[in-house]
Design a protein around this ligand. Sequence first.
Ligand code: ADP
Ligand code: MG
Length: 244
Amino acid sequence: MSKIQASKIHRQFQVNNDFGKKTKLTVLDDFNLQVREGEFLSILGPSGCGKSTFLNMLAGLDKQDDGQLLIDGDPVGDRSFDRGMVFQGYALFPWRTVLENVEIGLQIRGLEKKEREEIAKYYLTMVGLAAFANRYPHQLSGGMKQRVAIARVLAYQPDIMLMDEPFAALDAQTRETLQLELIRIWEADKKTIVFITHSIDEAILLSDRVAVMTARPGKVKEIIDVSLPRPRSEEIRNSSEFTQ
Ligand code: ADP
Ligand code: MG
């Protein structure tokens, strides 16, 4: 059984055209995709083809007009799933501090305050924001908010990780650190990851398979297996060059 199964998904939105009249915009049409348990799948596609729309559906924030979207064999919306998302627009809780934003998933898991703080601080340090733990989201720049959102999902480590261009706005060094950490978490706990990116290199570096979408109305045009044997993060970490 697939971890995620999208069959014949159709989604359209009501939008105003240039003359202010309401018209229908078909974003996804006959969208089909299967993601295996424990797979790291990237989605590549032109801007506006419906990538975020699909991920929002997986997160339970939007619903298809037609077709079927299953997680573990059950329709999304029928029950809760252990999933977490890094949104394109951060989606932090404005009334919670940075630390509390990162802790939230750990609280849901029932971890004690001390342990929550320890893990949250570990990931805040990793994204370079340890000094900002007690600030509020509105006091941060866009890039910093993005890093908090990433720290939150890395700390939470849900069964299904949904990531919408998470590393796009980061500097190269932070991006590499977080890519390695994501791979480490994925390898350690066999997470299922659906990862949207604009970068072909990033998709190839991280994924088992890459789903390439057509322009709107979006559908999966091609799925490319990029899981050739390659050194995994532990091997890179343990290699003599890396540890020198
Ligand atoms: P992508 O993430 O691939 O760049 P999106 O899924 O964000 O694309 O959006 C696909 C298209 O659907 C865009 O043209 C966008 O403007 C439109 N769209 C997305 N959400 C809505 C909405 N809630 N209402 C109207 N139009 C929307
Ligand atoms: Mg998008």
